[in-house]
Design a protein around this ligand. Structure first.
Ligand code: AMP
Ligand code: MG
Length: 470
């Protein structure tokens, strides 16, 4: 089997990473293989299906140059000067037939130079959560890392209790993070910052002519990305600076979840005690992270005072970019494509009424097109009052139903269904996991027989906390 590798990150100087072969596992067994993605990468899915050893890190594909990347980061606002890939290894960069370049990495592949006190492993739960959620995000149209494969390892690992080990094969535009810049900035390694900037520009922002233009372009992509999350009720859960990818993809599906009932203050993560990464805080946190990035670029920009002014000016554009994209996305969610002044207020009023009754975010929006949105409110009167204004507004729209059906999914990876797939998998039954992946490939299409995946959790099914990927 041929992987077309061209490992540009491995050609950067040694201090960018630690060379690291994945640590072999006892008995790899394939539990999921993403055929569509394999083909997009120019790989033969049937041949791959015979190679769980590759996805477990027991064998290396020809041309791989495995390494653990160095990075730092702010975790929950606290500075950590060295993090790095503690349980992941970048095998290399695949050149796809369409010319695009993708990182292929193993997550859960054993200890590295950056493991600190960790075992370098992942258990089945987070591997399944990341597989389902990242692929669902892709199908929902959100820029994201992808899941190529998942294997179990035949090994038991120790968390709160003994758990089955697993490895995820992650495919990403790249794994360069805000934290990668922070790592070198903290070491006052201006040469490395320059090399990293050039690498990032060449790879993702070829039109940027320097650090300032690079920051602008990154800000633009992040503003759009976070607006997309918000439009789907997605809560990332650990927006640490090491978990913000500069390609503009969603990365690191730890304690993430989609919310059911709409609550702007919603938090799932068991470790997010103060709600730093609550749903409504996500745009603010993104900007905070971008400000950390901006300060890393300062040494590359000549005289300090004007540089600070220019970087600050770019950061100050984030709120408007975000608001603009947010408004565009939420207009579409209520069937509007031709902007009007009152739209933001119409949307805000609707959201406030949903929040007041904790109406299911996904079902309520989808219900606008089917006429069942009122059912999501215990007291439908406030909805009906709003709907009178809304009907008047969309009477001027050419095809609101079609617009809404394309903007509002029927199926999202509901947290209780993700948990169900994990529980079954732990018992050796991978069929709920497989079924869920199939349904979530077409989140906007009503699918016969898939109704359970569109339902909100019953009181006793609700999952209130999710745990970090460790
Ligand atoms: P995360 O919050 O999941 O993005 O991880 C933060 C840091 O902890 C990264 O440097 C990870 O590589 C590291 N880490 C997480 N889990 C483990 C583990 N089981 N073994 C070693 N390092 C880990
Ligand atoms: Mg991470």
């Amino acid at each position: 089997m041929t992987f077309r590798f061209d490992n540009s990150y491995a050609r950067l100087p040694d201090r960018f990473y630690a060379r690291q072969t994945p640590v072999a596992v006892a008995s790899p067994a394939l539990i999921a293989l993403n055929h569509d993605l394999a083909r997009a990468l120019g790989l033969d899915p049937d041949a791959l299906a015979e190679r769980p050893d590759i996805f477990a890190g027991n064998s290396l594909p020809d041309g791989a140059d495995p390494l653990a990347q160095a990075y730092a980061g702010h975790q929950f606002g606290g500075w950590v000067p060295q993090l790095g890939d503690g349980r992941a290894v970048l095998l290399g960069e695949i050149l796809a037939p369409d010319g695009q370049r993708f990182d292929m990495a193993l997550k859960g592949s054993g200890q590295t130079a950056f493991s600190r006190r960790g075992d370098g492993r992942a258990w089945l739960g987070p591997v399944i959560r990341e597989y389902i959620t990242s692929e669902a995000m892709h199908a929902l149209g959100v820029p994201t890392t992808r899941a190529l494969a998942a294997v179990t390892t035949g090994e038991t690992i120790w968390r709160d209790q003994p758990r089955p080990g697993a490895v995820l094969t992650r495919v990403a535009a790249s794994h360069i993070r805000v934290g990668t810049f922070q790592y070198f900035a903290a070491r006052e390694d201006t040469e490395a910052l320059r090399l990293l900037t050039d690498h990032l520009i060449a790879r993702h922002y070829p039109h940027a002519d320097g650090p300032l233009a690079l920051l602008s372009a990154i800000i633009d992509r992040q503003a759009r990305l976070i607006a997309r999350w918000m439009s789907l009720g997605f809560i990332h859960g650990v927006m640490n600076t090491d978990n913000m990818a500069l390609s503009g993809e969603t990365i690191d599906y730890g304690p993430c979840a989609f919310m059911d009932g709409y609550d702007p203050k919603k938090v799932f993560s068991s470790i997010d005690q103060f709600g730093r990464y609550a749903y409504e805080n996500q745009p603010n946190i993104a900007l905070w992270n971008l400000a950390q990035l901006a300060s890393c670029l300062l040494p590359l920009m000549g005289e300090e005072a004007p540089a600070i002014e220019a970087l600050t000016d770019r950061l100050n554009r984030f709120p408007a970019l975000y608001e603009e994209e947010w408004l565009r996305l939420f207009r579409a969610k209520i069937g509007i494509t031709t902007p009007d002044d009152g739209d933001a207020e119409l949307i805000e009023t609707f959201l406030a009424r949903m929040a007041a009754q904790n109406a299911d975010f996904t079902r309520t929006f989808r219900g606008l097109a089917s006429g069942f949105a009122a059912n999501e409110f215990a007291d439908p009167a406030p909805f009906h009052a709003w709907a009178r204004d809304w009907h008047q507004r969309i009477a001027r729209e050419p095809y609101p139903q079609a617009v809404m059906r394309k903007a509002n999914p029927v199926y999202i990876p509901r947290n209780h269904r993700v948990e169900e797939a994990i529980q079954a998998a732990v018992q050796g039954d991978f069929s709920p996991f497989a079924r869920m992946n199939l349904v979530l490939k077409h989140p906007f299409d009503d699918q016969p027989g898939a109704e359970p995946y569109s339902l909100a959790p019953l009181e006793q099914e609700q999952v209130r906390r999710t745990f970090c990927g460790t």
